[in-house]
Design a protein around this ligand. Structure first.
Ligand SMILES: *Cc1c(COP(=O)(O)O)cnc(C)c1O
Length: 433
């Protein structure tokens, strides 16, 4: 499979190039040249397949031409050594729980897959590959843990000082080995700008092999399609899949875009809802047709504090820049911190189900927007205990911390302090060789 750039000014790339480079040379995002539908027999039988079996079939469509079958199967099966159950919250709203992996957030899926694919492609190389990743919280932990101990790869996690929760922070600052945490005096957008600038810097790229692990990377982005298929299979088993609406709490829009790819592959999802916090750039685009990026504002759903969603380019490309086509399959919602708090509290009191602040946006958009004949699934993108202070202050009671998180909290924080000036970051990277 070849990959083209959303900016259409770069040459076609192989999977290997797309994975190693991350971003195309024209600053566009890579897209697979074709999105092949899966055969009818696959959908007819999907409810009888395991998560890993489904994921392998989906992976084969994207990566089967490039990776030997037994290797691809191994990568997929290794990546998904945890389940993603669909849990009933109300009569017609279900939670797709994507928080049963090592760092208790959906990004584990893409990060683990990418780590294994990168290691496959760099197995014969002498110099290490340097993965640069900007995070507003959850990406950093998922990527760091996905790559931890993987040979021939060093990961630099850039995160905004004081803007990630202590629990998030300890998941990438306490690991050591091939993981370095860089604490940037700025916002998430500043971190993302530093990473982008590094990829564009000729001098750095001549000296170091740099790659990205943000959701722009096809190896992280495409595997997120897996669980949409599995969610469908689970609903189908319950006889609830006929009018399935999927709601995705969205920040950089990688997660929802992978779902849109699933739909292109024939997955019978009726429509999508993108739920935003107050960073409602996409919501405004849906209403007006105008895309106006602006600086992000801090919210209690901080993994969605994104002012210029990087995967928007992929959404536009997928629908050939047609606002009409986009709005026919995707609607939006936007919630204030106050509304998020209200939703977490209300749902917990009425159903006993504890939402995290991101999932709360997803639940609420379904609760407000679902038609009677539809069944809604929202992606519960992280475990509520990852946002402990917020969730405990909403409930007014203690939340139990899963054992996996407690382990991270025992470690010692080590980080490198950095300004948001590119020259400083560049100087730091340069002295690494
Ligand atoms: C990353 C993240 C999101 C947003 O996902 P995108 O793919 O960036 O849209 C939502 N919720 C949580 C918990 C996240 O970590």
């Amino acid at each position: 499979m070849k990959y083209y750039s959303t900016n259409k000014q770069a040459p076609l790339a192989s999977l290997e190039d797309a994975v190693i480079k991350g971003l195309a040379s024209d600053r566009g995002l890579y897209m697979p040249e074709v999105i092949k539908p899966l055969p009818k027999e696959f959908y007819d039988n999907i409810e009888n397949l395991s998560f890993q079996e489904i994921a392998y079939q989906v992976a084969d469509v994207f990566f089967g031409e490039d990776i030997p079958a037994d290797k691809l199967k191994e990568i997929v099966y290794d990546t998904l050594n945890f389940d993603t159950p669909v849990v009933k919250v109300t009569d017609n709203i279900y939670s797709l729980e994507l928080f049963h992996g090592p760092t208790l957030a959906f990004k584990d899926v893409g990060a683990r897959f990418m780590a294994r694919l990168t290691s496959y492609y760099t197995r014969n190389q002498n110099s290490p590959v340097n993965v640069l990743v900007a995070t507003s919280g959850d990406t950093g932990s998922a990527v760091a843990n996905g790559f931890l101990g993987v040979d021939g790869v060093h990961v630099y996690v850039l995160y905004p000082k004081g803007k990630v929760s202590p629990i998030q922070e300890c998941q990438f600052t306490t690991l050591g080995q091939n993981i370095t945490a860089i604490e940037v005096d700025g916002t998430f957008d500043d971190c993302q700008a530093l990473v982008k600038a590094a990829f564009m810097d000729k001098e750095l790229n001549d000296k170091l092999m740099l790659t990205s692990a943000n959701s722009i990377n096809v190896a992280r982005f495409l595997p997120q399609a897996f669980y949409y298929f599995y969610a469908y299979a689970q609903l189908k088993k319950m006889g609830k899949a006929d009018e399935m609406v999927v709601c995705v709490p969205s920040g950089n829009f990688g997660n929802i875009t992978a779902g849109l790819f699933g739909k292109r592959m024939g997955l019978p999802i009726k429509r999508f809802i993108a739920a935003n916090n107050r960073n409602d750039i996409f919501y405004q685009y849906l209403q007006t047709g105008q895309y106006n990026p602006r600086p992000s504002v801090a919210t209690i759903a901080n993994a969605m504090d994104v002012g210029d969603p990087s995967n928007f380019a992929r959404v536009l490309d997928l629908y050939e820049h047609s606002h009409k086509a986009i709005t026919s399959e995707i609607s939006g919602a936007t919630y204030t911190d106050e509304q998020i708090r209200e939703t977490v509290k209300k749902v917990y009191e009425e159903t006993g189900y504890l939402l995290d602040p991101h999932g709360a946006c997803g639940y609420r958009a379904l609760d407000e927007g679902l038609k009677p004949e539809e069944t809604g699934v929202f992606l519960e993108t992280a475990h509520p205990a990852k946002f402990l202070e917020t969730v405990e202050s909403i409930l007014g009671s203690k939340v139990e911390i899963p054992g996996k998180l407690q382990e991270f909290m025992k470690g010692e924080k080590v980080s490198i302090e950095m300004t948001k000036e590119f020259e400083d970051f560049k100087g730091y990277l340069r002295q690494k060789v």
